[in-house]
Design a protein around this ligand. Structure first.
Ligand code: FAD
Length: 663
């Protein structure tokens, strides 16, 4: 190492950012035994929730369960600080059930800071990181050639005041702060979010290294004083899931008193005021043109896009136990400050409300994630990782999941271990990362259940079954958690076995009742499992008739019911997943001339010709080779095989397509 660096502090890993991605990343590398430093602009704003202090919801809750199954923190914190919990989509199938917790924003941040401060191997530092220390590298040994585009290796970071800190890996998680600018109406101010300075320097540092950056925006609604709202006429939303948790670890389950949320609606006066003043918003007035999140539109967007809708639901959600602040969900706006209060007062219950904070939008630089490998390491710089909002996503859960993955792989780069790639088939984490790195996304990305082809398998309740063995293997799940996991799986297996064996006979005193409840007859006898497969029957019926013990843990009862009820669908989906795994093991003919396969993208042809992967699985890992390219390749190989027109290559092709080759 150069003498220039002699007096500098040295860490294994430096994490830039103390948001949801940064905290998860730093806790992961520290837990894996690496000396870690987390740099952030303001230590009093650790894991801050600048928008709605809510965790979970459709697909996002699945992500949180997955993070917890791997030993991450977001689920535990949400459980510890929840002030209201609800199950969303409970009337629909288990694939889309979702836990959503309103959390106490300040307690959430305080608790995260405390956890970070108490974590061995972790140092916290308040500073603005403005540059990256990079050394050029010659080609490193890399059989898969995934590093072929690497132009350098990370050495550390430099702060605004010129101090250099050294590290073997750096994880960037700068959120909405890079050259952040907040907007209210046509007025703007340089800020990473309200009340916080923007981050300068890093965008230019990334651009200097050849990275492309672009700009996105997001927005947040006003906060009003609870004491100024007339709740009497408003519909209540009470907590209906106080016995549900994100974490699979019962030791962190706490159940404090739950708070109530309320619902109001936009009125004719709301719509008129917005239509009359549309030209004053940054988007419709043309002051900014960066893309905002499609799935969290501003109220003016909703009114313009759904012009025939007379009213929109607005939710009033508390921000914590010890604050009168109410978050007005569904009401983010770019209107000027002096119109915002008038607008709020058009909502029933808010006629006399006091506005504590105005709604605003924030514009920031991001790093299009197709510049990353699926490990979240940048393609250009060895040891430099990027996670969270910086990668073009929106949401705490998306950020936390990427932080965890970047943390795991940063540790593995340092220890010269194979990268961990999460697949679409096994997790929402993998689905999200695959979308991020393989598509050229130009608007904020939010995880949705519809993004997964395997959503029946990728449920929240079985996230531990899918991922805890990996968490244990890589050292993030300890022995205590491993025992909890094993005990739960054993209970599920034993109960399923019992229900598959025990029968109700047609002359049993209960038979008539069960026939009525299940809307089907019992001829001879029926196993309890087959009874449960009938549409009208649930575990609750079996418990009521004392055919199942009420003493079973809720997670076991649910796991058993889903596994049995949906066994047919699950088997089909698992079969599909197995086929994909088998396909990944298939060998590619050694002599293929990819440049001649015109159904492949130009980039894929070039990469495949250069790298010449041995299997489909290796090809899938190559940056620039998309799922569509793999399908095109498979079809091309099948056609050539059917035609039998490629002479000596035929034997290899047959082997490839049957998947039986050994090379
Ligand atoms: C106004 C607003 C509205 C939002 N609306 C929504 C929404 O509607 N829906 C939704 O899902 N999400 C929304 N979000 C996004 C949500 O806050 C983020 O998705 C989430 O916080 C991202 O987490 P992160 O860890 O990537 O970044 P952040 O939580 O933004 O954390 C970034 C961290 O990096 C630090 N940092 C930045 N630059 C530097 C530097 N150079 N040196 C040192 N430290 C640095 C900051 O201090 C901060 O700690 C909104 C955010 C804002 C600000």
């Amino acid at each position: 190492m150069s003498h220039l660096y002699e007096n500098n502090e040295i860490f294994d890993v430096i994490v830039v950012g103390g948001g949801h991605a940064g905290c998860e990343a730093a806790l992961t590398t520290a837990k894996l035994g690496l000396s870690t430093a987390l740099f952030t602009l303001n230590l009093d704003r650790i894991a801050w929730q600048p928008c709605n202090p809510a965790v979970g919801g459709p697909a996002k809750s699945q992500l949180v369960h997955e993070i917890d199954a791997l030993g991450g923190i977001i689920g535990q914190l949400a459980d510890m600080t929840a002030i209201q919990k609800r199950i969303l989509n409970s009337s629909r199938g288990p694939a889309v059930w979702a836990l959503r917790a309103q959390t106490d924003k300040r307690e959430y941040s305080r608790k995260m800071l405390q956890i970070l401060q108490e974590t061995p191997n972790l140092t916290l530092r308040e500073a603005m990181v403005t540059d990256l220390e990079v050394e050029n590298i010659s080609h490193r040994k890399d059989p898969l050639n995934t590093y072929q585009e690497k132009i350098g290796e990370i050495k550390g970071i430099r702060t605004y005041f010129g101090t250099v800190f050294l590290a073997k890996a750096v994880i960037l998680t700068t959120g909405t702060f890079l050259r952040g600018k907040i907007w209210i109406g046509s007025q703007s101010m340089d800020a990473g979010r309200a009340g916080e300075q923007p981050a300068t320097g890093l965008t230019e540092a990334l651009q200097k290294l050849g990275f492309e950056t672009d700009r996105l925006k997001t927005g947040t609604p006003a906060r009003v004083d609870r004491r100024s709202i007339d709740f009497h006429s408003l519909e209540k939303q009470v907590s209906d899931a106080s016995d549900r948790y994100f974490s699979f670890d019962p030791e962190v389950w706490t159940s404090g008193e739950q708070m109530t949320c309320y619902m109001t609606r936009t009125t004719k006066a709301t719509h008129k005021l917005i239509k009359d003043n549309l030209h004053l918003t940054p988007i419709y007035g043309g002051f900014i043109n960066s893309k905002g999140p499609r799935y969290c539109p501003s109220i003016e967007d909703k009114i313009v896009r759904f012009a025939d809708k007379e009213s929109h639901q607005i939710f009033l959600e508390p921000e914590g136990r010890d604050t009168p602040e109410i978050y007005v969900q569904g009401f983010s706006t770019g209107l000027p400050e002096n119109i915002q209060l008038k607008l709020l007062r058009t909502l029933p219950g808010l006629q006399n409300c006091v506005m504590l904070r105005p709604a605003y939008a924030v514009e920031y630089d991001y790093l299009p994630a197709n510049q990353l490998l699926a490990s979240l390491e940048t393609k250009k710089i060895k040891g430099l990782f990027s996670a969270g909002q910086l990668n073009g996503t929106t949401g705490y859960e998306e950020a936390a999941a990427q932080g965890l993955v970047a943390g795991i792989n940063a540790a593995r780069v340092i220890e010269n271990k194979d990268m961990i790639y999460f697949s679409r088939e096994e997790s929402y984490i993998g689905t999200m990362i695959d979308d991020l790195v393989s598509k050229d996304l130009r608007e904020p990305y939010r995880v949705l259940t519809s993004r997964s082809e395997y959503r029946l398998v990728l449920r929240g309740d079985n996230a531990d079954r899918r991922l805890t063995p990996l968490g244990y293997k890589i050292g993030l799940i300890d022995e205590r958690r491993w025992k909890i996991f094993q005990a739960k799986q054993q209970s599920i297996r034993e109960e399923i076995k019992r229900l598959e064996q025990e029968r109700v006979k047609e002359n049993d005193p209960l038979a008539l009742t069960l026939e009525r409840e299940s809307k089907g007859s019992i001829k001879g006898s029926i196993t309890l499992a087959n009874l449960l497969r009938r549409p009208g029957i649930h575990m609750s019926n079996l418990i009521q008739h004392q055919l199942v013990s009420n003493g079973l843990a809720l997670s076991v009862k649910e796991g058993v019911e889903i596994d049995i009820k949906y066994s047919g669908y699950l088997e089909r989906q698992n079969l599909q997943i197995e086929q994909i795994k088998r396909q990944n093991k298939r060998f590619l003919p050694k002599t293929l001339e990819y440049s001649k396969i015109k159904t492949l993208s130009k980039e894929a042809r070039e990469k495949l010709d250069k790298v010449r992967p041995k299997t489909f699985g290796e090809a899938a890992q190559l940056p620039g080779v998309s799922k569509a390219d793999l399908t095109a390749l498979l079809i091309w190989l099948k056609i050539q095989n059917q035609k039998g027109n490629i002479g000596s290559k035929r034997k290899t092709l047959n082997k490839s397509l049957s998947g039986k080759a050994s090379q």
